[in-house]
Design a protein around this ligand. Sequence first.
Ligand code: MOS
Length: 756
Amino acid sequence: MTTAIIRQDGKEKVTGTGRYAADLTMTGQLHARFKYADIAHARITRLDVSKARALPGVFAVLTHADVPARRYGLFVKDRTLFATDVVRWEGEIVAAVAALTPEIARRAVELIEVDYQPLPVAKDMESALAPGAPIIHEHWASYDVDEKIVREGNVASRSSIVKGDADAAMATADVVVRGRYVAAGSQGAPIEPRAIVAEWKGDRVQVWSSTQVPYAARSHVASLLDIPENMVRVTVPFLGGGFGAKCEGHFEPQVAMLAKAAGRPVKLVFSRREEFLAPDHRREGMIVEIETGAKKDGTMVARRARVLTENGAYSADGPFITQFAAMFTAGPYRIPNLNIVGECVYTNTQPSGSIRAPGAPQAAWAMEQHNDELAAALGMDPVALRRKNLLRDGDEGPTNQILESIRAIETLEKAAELIGYGRKLPPDEGIGFACGWWPSFPMASGAFVKINADGSAQIITGAQECGTGAVMTMPTLAGEVLGMDPSEFTILYQDTDAAPWDGGAGGSQTLFNNGRAVTEAARQVREQLLKLASEELEANPADLELANGRAQVKGSPDRFVTIADLASTAHGGELLIGRGSGTPPPTPAYNASPSCVGRLGGEVFAAPTFGTHAVHVKVDRETGVTRVLGVVAAHDSGKIVNYVGAAGQVTGGVVMGLGQALTEGTQIGDDGKVRNAYLLDYKLQTAADVPEIKVWFTDISVPDAGPRGSKGLGEPPCIPTPGAVANAIANAVGARVRELPATPHRVWAALEETKA
Ligand code: MOS
């Protein structure tokens, strides 16, 4: 384990002096505001912006008529920058305004006149799939899609996991348990709002954006404005939380178009309500119907399931997330026969997107409650059932990957030990367990490392700092290679003009991918330094080492030259530069299953992570209020590079999971509109709610993984928490809540049901 290192950005962030996108002010800047549909499903019969355009202080008003007609989307190209003929959810952008002040922009938006002919609303997945349901995209068949997509009407994509013969195996089971679980969508809810500033400099547009993915944002702007990527520069100032809500390009094209039309810089900052309504800011709601057959001794033999994920009105990565949800419904268990179908369903609601471990916490919550119910039906201890069925080295996972170097069972044993499982608990207290797993996504990344003339160093990378810990881990890794202290490196934050391409902060991949790139770049600099030093010291490079800011002869540290001296002789140092892209680890072994449909890639993963959470709760039978008394989070995340950062990730993930379990959840009315779009109504966990959280890591080096044998850790810690909470509630008071979140009312109602 490493000791804590000082965060370079820590002081500015905690003292409030750091500049985030919302803090930027450009000379002559205008303020942007969007006109939203405010109705869940309707045909636009009239759109008139003339009064808004005529308002003094308004510089630009844009609608679909002012921009190229183009549909876009990751897997299904179903969305447009502005509503055209039909609006399909309340937050659809109908027009955009740029004005001198936020007040004038607001007034201009009020002056935009839209007439609607209301259409029937599919407020949830059941109504969207019911016979005679309104077809949300009447021309769905004409949209461009990824060639592997299987779809029909309101089902934006259907995918499956088929393995063995689930029907035949189910018939051989001694016990079969069925369940249905309904999870509300929940919000990424980062505290930093979306903010974008765009300014044209000749034919180039500079965009400052609070995005996790500046390169994706650049591509998005370039393609929708129909200009080359080198005409777009995206810079990310200090970035707050994202949790996936700031993935993909969003709103940058509209702001850039406003700035162009207005001939002035334009700034957009979202209100809290807009944050709650923005597309892809919501984790998808889910309905999981699941059935598992087991032998008397607890051996699981077959699982069948249908998983519905709520796409909302337009597709982001919902189709991809749905296949993941299917995988997480199988879970990290050795079940030889699977038949799991996932359907990604259009509704007239906020489009859902990637939120931290997309598709996983809800599926794990359903699947792990179901596993506890199976244990009960078998008369078996839930930990024993998991121990018997968890994946082990050499097993084939649900998507037919042969798994190596996994420590799932170790995390279960450790969680049970550290929570004190088996001890007698006071009345109305209970302990619950849930296991989770998560893939890594080996992707291209890039970094430069350069040494300055004074021996200090810089890392210029595509890595992003929204809590990824890049600001700590990258200097640690580079310092290790170059024999320098991490504090001697500064990091250049993302700027698409300066740093090499990177996929951005997503998929728990920053350390995994960018860490390999930084290490590779530092190794090149190391070679350069050793070559210079060998001339200086008249020694063989193989006999030299870098340590304490020096190149020195191994075994005789008094024969040395400082890195600063080497750098200043190398033409001011600037030529001491390395670049790395970080060659991804090899793809693990995989037995493709031809019976699966609609899968969009991603069946096989380098270095998947595993974890178990144990949660101890106390339930108040009178009010249904659940208090979490303690959590243990045990993770198989490979080697830990920065313990403090890693433990912080886990703590944050657990807290996010507690919110999902107990207090969060987007509520949607019969009109398809969000009911709780404010922090007052949407209850995040606060510091006052957080119990003691014990964190444990396997901390072993894994081959074919990230730097030092690490695995991803950003997303895994929020996966098992909701399921463990639900199981703890059931164990405390004997009432099971099959809806997420387990609000006091639902717990109380479940208790009433057990009395009846
Ligand atoms: Mo993400 S949900 O890949 O930030």
